[in-house]
Design a protein. Structure first.
Length: 329
């Protein structure tokens, strides 16, 4: 006897109700696993109502499924060896008080191929030089370079001192006033740290007293320990108003272990002052610290100022921390 056949004593109404119930169950099953669908996925969707949402799934699962990645919570890095050639120019521009003004020095800097320039006798917004921020103007017109200004004197409606402009980003800078005395003009030591392809390089720019010998010696004595305490590769440049054999420079070189760049790799006479008929080498670059190697040094033959600029090329080597990819890179 069929299990769907009504017993002899059942009414036709009960038979109809049983048929309707069976038909409803079959229809529901058909909708659940309908033809052409993914039976397993649909059944799981019904049976596993507690499955986490997309946002709660692990990033690795999302990568496997080809979904959009969330920003990674961390980055992986490694040290990369860097060797970068840089050209440094040191120049006393005498407040650009010549025909053509500061624009003349822009041309000299461009033609030198310098990446970094250390300037002395620089004006900032002084009336006698046309209210121009000379270092800022040069940096802007060299293509948006960084600049740092060290104020040593406040007069003429503006400021006077030293400056550093750099194609590489300037990370930090500070100006330290040097010892002064009766008859002297305030001088300073401008220190800037630049980021050269991930390696920090220290630059020191100064202009020592021009006529009072004891002040030059005291200023040199103040400079030496500051530079000696800096363990970065470094360049000290400027107008020292002294020659390399004189006490101020012997004090600095002896107290820091730095080297005279032109003395090591120079070409030409090296003479810088006066620019029309140079007789003295009083504008110098010194270098020191691990990873900085001098390649060549020379003096540019220009009379735009009363000093000639000193140009030097170096190779800077070091370990640079580089981002090499995110968590899934």
């Amino acid at each position: 006897m069929s299990r769907h056949k009504a017993a002899p004593d059942q009414s036709p109404l009960l038979l109809v109700l049983g048929f309707v119930l069976i038909a409803g169950l079959l229809f529901g099953l058909f909708k659940l696993v309908g033809p052409g669908g993914d039976d397993t996925a649909d059944v799981n969707a019904v049976l596993n109502r507690s499955t986490p949402s997309d946002d709660a799934r692990s990033p690795q699962l999302r990568v496997q499924e080809g979904e959009t990645l969330e920003p990674s919570p961390a980055a992986t890095c490694e040290d990369v060896d860097v060797d970068t050639d840089i050209t440094v120019l040191s120049y006393n521009i005498k407040s650009a008080r010549i025909s053509g003004g500061i624009g003349t020095f822009l041309g000299i800097i461009r033609s030198s191929g310098a990446d970094i320039v250390l300037l002395q006798e620089v004006d900032k917004n002084r009336s006698t030089s046309g209210h121009v921020d000379q270092a800022g103007w040069l940096a802007a017109n060299l293509g948006g370079w960084s600049d740092a200004f060290g104020t040593n004197v406040d007069y003429g409606g503006g400021l006077y001192g030293t400056a550093i402009i750099s194609r590489f980003p300037i990370v930090s800078y500070e100006n330290t006033h040097l010892p002064n005395g009766p008859g002297g003009q305030q001088r300073g030591l401008l220190h800037a740290v630049v980021d050269v392809d991930g390696v920090e390089l220290s630059l020191y720019d100064t202009h020592l007293q021009n006529k009072i010998d004891y002040l030059k010696v005291r200023q040199a004595q103040a400079i030496a320990p500051i530079i000696a305490a800096d363990d970065r590769p470094k360049v000290l440049a400027g107008d020292f108003n002294s020659q390399v054999q004189d006490t101020p420079l012997r004090t600095i070189i002896g107290g820091t272990g730095m080297h005279d760049t032109w003395g090591a790799v120079g070409v030409g006479s090296g003479l810088t002052h006066p620019s029309s008929h140079p007789r003295g080498r009083i504008d110098l670059q010194l270098y020191g610290g691990d990873g900085l190697t001098a390649i060549t040094s020379s003096v540019l033959a220009t009379t735009a100022s009363d000093h000639r600029p000193v140009r030097a090329e170096y190779t800077l080597s070091g370990a640079s921390s580089k981002v090499c990819g995110d968590l899934f890179g």
